[in-house]
Design a protein. Structure first.
Length: 106
C-alpha cells in the first residue's frame, strides 16, 4: 500500500518537506523493524526527488476481524509503541517549524 501511495503521489511529495512512517511488523523486535525499514527504503528509492526529512518504522497492529481470509486467521497483536511514536512526532513537528532568517546588520 505504501509503495502504491508513493508511486501515485511521489511527484507531489518531491515538491514539499515530507516525513514518512510505517507501521510494519506485528512485533516490535529489532529484526522485524529492520526488515520493514528495508522494504520502506526500497520503495522510497524508486521515487525520484522524494527526500523525507525523517523516516521511521514502528510496530504494527493486526486486527483479524478487519482482514480477509486467510489473513483473518492471524492472531491479534498490537506492537505499536505510542511513546516512541509520540516522541518521533514531537521531534518532527519542531524540525518543520520555519526558521527565522538571521538578522542582518545594515
Amino acid at each position: 500500500m505504501a509503495a502504491r501511495f508513493l508511486a501515485e503521489h511521489g511527484h507531489e511529495l518531491a515538491k514539499r518537506p515530507s516525513a514518512i512512517f510505517a507501521l510494519g511488523p506485528k512485533t516490535a523486535d529489532a529484526e522485524g523493524l529492520t526488515e520493514s525499514r528495508a522494504q520502506l527504503d526500497k520503495a522510497l528509492a524508486k521515487v525520484l526527488g522524494v527526500e523525507p526529512r525523517s523516516v521511521a518504522v514502528f510496530g504494527g497492529v493486526v486486527d483479524p476481524a478487519k482482514l480477509r481470509f486467510p489473513l483473518s486467521r492471524l492472531p491479534a497483536s498490537d506492537a505499536r509503541d505510542w511513546d516512541a511514536i509520540d516522541e518521533w512526532a514531537d521531534g518532527l513537528a519542531s524540525s518543520l517549524i520555519p526558521r527565522e532568517p538571521a538578522d542582518q546588520e545594515s
